[in-house]
Ligand binder design. Sequence first.
Ligand SMILES: N[C@@H](CCC(=O)N[C@@H](CS)C(=O)NCC(=O)O)C(=O)O
Length: 201
Amino acid sequence: MIKLYTFPLSTNSRKVRIALLEKGLEFERINVDLSKREQKQPEYLKIHPFGQVPALDDEGFIVYDSTIINEYLEDEYPYPPLMPKDSEGRARARMMEDFRDTHFNPPCVKIIYEMRKPEGERVADVIATAKADINKCFDRIEGALQGKEYLAGSFSLADIAFMANFDLLDRFQIAVDPKYANTIAWIARLKARPSFAASAS
Ligand SMILES: N[C@@H](CCC(=O)N[C@@H](CS)C(=O)NCC(=O)O)C(=O)O
């Protein structure tokens, strides 16, 4: 059976949990407790050389990095497909997934780190800047959703990447400006998928 090295609060682990659930693949969760720095233990570094989650073991083949894992799952378990069939659609999905990884997730992670500190030690400016950076992303998402229900046309790995962060928007009270009507409808559509609730931990 597939083994997933994961941590409940890790957004990148959740990307993979959602993809596995969407593909209907059974998997065993192996919890790597980031709060105890288990990801840096020598045994785990044999699985993931950078000491991070997620990592996936498919019958002895080990793959790490959420984006690469999800591409692997798509190649190895193509049904149901989670990427468009045409090369333009696939490139669009990859660009949006990269945008999530490089622009949307990092400010989310910054807020997570600040909120973990005792209230008096939190740096309000860091949180405010991170929230503004997240808000800027909605502009591009809104554009990508023009005339479409999902970022690359059909539901894809690009949508899954963003889905992994939606709980944080609620937790940190980051509201989407009502002018981004496509984005608001898209978030609701994705949250209604069974894989959203099932991947929460
Ligand atoms: N590019 C990697 C990033 C993985 C990553 O940043 N994982 C975080 C949790 S979401 C982690 O393991 N942090 C602990 C650490 O870096 O020591 C991916 O997408 O899998």
